[in-house]
Design a binder for this molecule. Structure first.
Ligand SMILES: [Zn+2]
Length: 261
């Protein structure tokens, strides 16, 4: 599942390709996306120019020149494909935008779980999301205050998009490893020093992700993650065997020796 670095990568790629371009025609190819993109909505989008593409958490925002905004979420498997409009539709194309200049932007998704919501001019989207983890205004003090409202262990807490936006299963556990904090440590009881370390670690893990975010397009797991999906491998820091456990239904990999409760 794409997380913040992968979505940011998709946004930058899309921005370069479509900013300033006029949408000539929009089509929906699966009923799941047709629920939000009705025929009336498709008519409103046609003819508009895409003025910018931005990101909030894992949401992608396509801004149109009449003030409308399309909010796209990849969910598990969504992705963009840019082709010439003349070629056959990509497999699993769910929504297509024919752009001026003979290009076609396709939102592809094998499982059709991706979502597209149209926000009419004057009805800007609002998001029930926490701060962006890389926003300099998001300080350790703010992070700690937010963590103190959480019950339960730290790693599943980091997946709560209302706590901090854009972090998913991979970067949450990578951050815990980098901070030398057990994924099972209580979120609310982390000391000031550990929260400082965790925020630094989270940003370092995301920075690593930004450098390698193109991997989402080439299949996941090309990046040498520190713990994710590395059960039995030696820890890069102390050599102990990486272990796996399940927290809140999701796999968590960690070092049992150098990550402390
Ligand atoms: Zn270790």
């Amino acid at each position: 599942m794409p997380e913040l670095p992968e979505v940011e990568f998709a946004v930058r790629r899309l921005r370069r390709a479509v900013r300033g371009k006029r949408v000539e025609r929009v089509r929906v190819h699966h009923r799941a996306q047709g629920r939000t993109l009705t025929a009336a909505v498709l008519r409103r989008i046609a003819g508009r120019r895409i003025t910018d593409v931005t990101r909030r958490g894992k949401h992608q925002l396509l801004h149109l020149d009449d003030g409308a905004v399309l909010v796209v979420h990849f969910r598990l498997d969504g992705d963009w494909e840019l082709t010439r409009a003349a070629v056959a539709l990509p497999r699993h194309a769910r929504v297509t935008f024919d752009l001026e200049g003979g290009r076609r932007l396709s939102l592809t998704d094998p499982r059709a779980l991706c979502t597209v919501h149209y926000h009419a001019p004057g009805h800007a989207p609002t998001f029930d999301l926490g701060p962006e983890p890389e926003d300099p205004a998001f300080t350790p003090a703010l992070f700690r205050a937010r963590l103190q409202g959480k019950r339960g262990p730290i790693k599943p807490s980091l997946l709560d998009q209302r706590l901090v936006a854009g972090v998913g299963n991979i970067y949450a556990q990578e951050a815990c490893w980098r901070a030398r904090i057990s994924p099972a440590a209580g979120a609310a009881s982390l000391s000031v020093a550990r929260v400082v370390r965790l925020l630094h670690a989270l940003r370092a893990a995301l920075a690593d992700g930004h450098e390698n975010a193109g991997r989402y397009h080439r299949g996941e797991q090309r990046i040498p993650f520190k713990v994710y999906d590395r059960e039995g491998d030696p820890c890069d820091r102390c050599g102990a065997s990486i272990r796996r456990m399940v927290q809140a239904g999701r796999g968590t990999w960690y070092c049992p020796k150098c990550q402390r409760n």
